[in-house]
Each structure stands twice: as structure tokens, then as C-alpha cells.
Design a binder for this molecule. Structure first.
Ligand code: DAH
Length: 355
């Protein structure tokens, strides 16, 4: 075969194999097989030396053409395969940004703490201080200094969790009800601590956990949250109590809700009252939520009994005051129509995340 034919055959074969090269690797193999050191075109070019001087220019020209055509074709096929490889990679790596993400659960403040802080803010706005007190109390703070008589039923072990007394003699043990160390049943004892430690004028609230030996059901919890309030100053009257608590209920439940004050009894206040707010479901018409009364009880209150002032050494001739206690779980239940107080205790995120 003449060298010219050989060059044409190389060109033809290279062109054929080129279009068959399916990927970049196959293309590179082809390039080496044709143009590499031991490639077919390289070998053919070496035969140029044997040509006669007449043949050399035409064959030389042909060889250069073949080489540059093969180079061009290789480059074009490479560009094609590069493009194809890129398209394949893009398709494989595709992220569908329209897919909804997985929800991250960032905790929220518990509903009870939200309401507690809301009520704290209302009273801080009125110039009150926020006090704290111990969960473990003595009967003096929880009952006696609050004017509860010795035989008051709330002192019984049925209504109060008693703890073993911290008596220095460890041999001595107390039956429930004999010990005077207990889990506070109300935040009212903080009134006594505050009046022992501060001189009037006193404007304070005390939010906190309280404990009672009740079985948890839809309306009772053995552990719940109260907010106590106490005002002691000169010339404080029931009108101050009413103005303050009406402000509180309007802030919590809205301006369209009415209040009513029902006479009641608490050992530490005289006179005492329970405060009802008009039912938000039926607006006073009567419905199942308010047991057909049109009203919902929300707190207890009254004018501080002069006996309480005597216990803590405040002159009842000079000072008067009012006090109140509100249940935070009850506020939550009334505001959000909760059918069962236990929903607040079970930690079910599907419920708690709604607030
Ligand atoms: N301590 C009362 C209770 O647990 C609530 C209460 C009522 C507190 C009247 C008060 C008050 O300060 O004046 O039921």
C-alpha cells in the first residue's frame, strides 16, 4: 500500500472509531493509538524519509492535513463528550428545592410560664415587685400566721402533704399531720415572709408552684401554679382591690368580659370574695362551659384580715391592704377552652406547640 493510501486508511479508521468512542476514556485511547509515540499516524509519518523528493511535498501536505483533521475531530468529539458528561452530572446531582424541608422542633416556652410571665408583666407595669418563696414551708407560714384556726380542715393530711420534720433528733418521727413541715398548699405564705421582711408600703405578687394531695383529673392537679398578690399601704380600700383585679381580668381575658364579686370566706381576708369573669363561650347566656351560670370563677381575694397584720407586727390601725390568689392553670383552661387540666402536664408537643 502506498503511503498516501495508508494515510487515507488511518484517517478513515480514526473517523470511524471516533464516532464510536462513547466516553472520554475511549477517546483518549483512540488519540494514543493514532497520534501517540507508537500511534499509527506517527508510524506512517516515519515512512516519509523513504519518499522520493518529488513525492515528498504532496504526501507531506496530505499527512499534515490528515493529522490536523484528526486533531480537530478529536477536539470536537471531546467537547461533545465533556458536555454530555456535565449534563449527566447535573442530572444526577439535582436537588429539588421545592421539596418541603423536615420541620425542626425548636421548643417554645410552656403555656403556664407564658401566662405567668404575662401576669407578672401586668403587675410590674403597676409598680409591683415579684417575690419568691420556698416550696417547703412550716405550718406557721402556710396556715397559722394566715389566721387559719388549728382545726381548719385544710390543715388535715387529706388536704396537705406533710413532710417528716427536720427535728435535730432523727429518732423522732412524725405521723402525717403531726409534723409542721409541709409542701405549701398555697402561695399565701409568701405574704407572711414579705411582711416580715419589708415595711409597708408593699405592692407585690408571688408566682409559684403549690401542692395538694388531689388525684389528677380533668379539674384537679396535685401540683399547680398560683400567683399571689398583696398590697399593704395607708388608706387601701375594697375599691382599690376591685379596680386592680378588674384591670387584671381585662388584660387577661379582654375588655368585653364582665366581672362579678361573690362574697366568700378565706381565713386571711375579711371581707373575702371570689371573682367570676363572664363566660367567653356564651357571653353570659349560659352554656355547658360555664355550667349554665354565665360566669367562670377565676380567683379569690379580700381585704387583709387585721389578725394577719398582728401576726407580722404591722399596725392594723394605720395600714390596710388587699390580697388575692389566682390559679394559672385555670386561667389557661378558661382562655383556651381546655377540657382537661392534665393536658398541661403531660408534655405532649402536639398540644404545647399550639401556643
Ligand atoms: N390561697 C387561696 C387558695 O389557695 C387563694 C387566695 C384567696 C389567696 C384569697 C388570697 C386571697 O391571697 O386573698 O385557694
Amino acid at each position: 500500500m502506498s503511503l498516501a493510501d495508508e494515510l487515507r486508511a488511518i484517517h478513515e479508521e480514526a473517523t470511524e472509531r471516533l464516532s464510536a468512542a462513547a466516553d472520554l476514556d475511549a477517546l483518549e485511547q483512540l488519540r494514543v493509538a493514532v497520534m501517540g509515540k507508537k500511534g499509527s499516524l506517527t508510524a506512517a509519518m516515519k515512512g516519509m524519509g523513504k519518499l522520493s523528493p518529488e513525492e515528498r511535498p504532496t504526501i507531506g501536505k496530505l499527512a499534515n492535513e490528515v493529522r490536523s483533521q484528526i486533531e480537530e475531530a478529536l477536539a470536537a468529539r471531546k467537547a461533545e463528550l465533556d458536555k454530555q458528561a456535565l449534563a449527566e452530572r447535573i442530572a444526577a446531582d439535582t436537588i429539588d428545592v421545592t421539596l418541603p424541608g423536615r420541620g425542626l422542633s425548636a421548643g417554645t416556652q410552656h403555656l403556664i410560664n407564658q401566662i405567668r410571665e404575662e401576669i407578672e408583666d401586668i403587675f410590674v407595669g403597676l409598680g409591683y415587685t415579684v417575690e419568691d418563696g420556698p416550696f417547703v414551708e412550716t405550718a406557721w407560714y402556710n396556715f397559722t400566721a394566715l389566721n387559719a384556726p388549728e382545726d381548719h380542715p385544710s390543715r388535715s393530711a387529706k388536704d396537705t402533704f406533710y413532710l417528716k420534720d427536720n427535728d435535730p433528733n432523727p429518732e423522732q418521727s412524725f405521723a402525717p399531720g403531726e409534723s409542721d413541715v409541709l409542701l405549701r398548699t398555697q402561695t399565701s405564705g409568701v405574704q407572711v415572709h414579705t411582711m416580715e421582711n419589708q415595711k409597708p408600703p408593699i405592692y407585690m405578687i408571688c408566682p409559684g408552684t403549690v401542692f395538694r394531695p388531689d388525684t389528677a383529673d380533668a379539674n384537679h392537679l396535685p401540683q399547680f401554679t398560683q400567683i399571689e398578690g398583696l398590697v399593704v399601704d395607708e388608706g387601701i380600700s375594697f375599691a382599690d382591690l376591685k379596680g386592680t383585679l378588674d384591670h387584671l381580668t381585662r388584660e387577661i381575658f379582654g375588655k368585653d368580659r364582665a366581672t362579678r364579686y361573690r362574697p366568700h370566706f378565706f381565713p386571711f381576708t375579711e371581707p373575702s370574695a371570689e371573682v367570676d369573669v363572664s363566660c367567653g363561650v356564651c357571653h353570659g347566656q349560659g352554656c355547658r362551659f360555664c355550667k349554665n351560670t354565665g360566669w367562670l370563677e377565676i380567683l379569690g381575694c379580700g381585704m387583709v384580715d387585721p389578725n394577719v397584720f398582728e401576726y407580722v407586727g404591722i399596725d392594723p390601725e394605720r395600714y390596710t391592704g388587699f390580697a388575692f390568689g389566682i390559679g394559672v392553670e385555670r386561667v389557661a383552661a378558661l382562655r383556651y377552652d381546655l377540657p382537661d387540666l392534665r393536658m398541661l402536664m403531660t408534655g405532649d408537643m402536639r398540644f404545647l406547640h399550639q401556643f
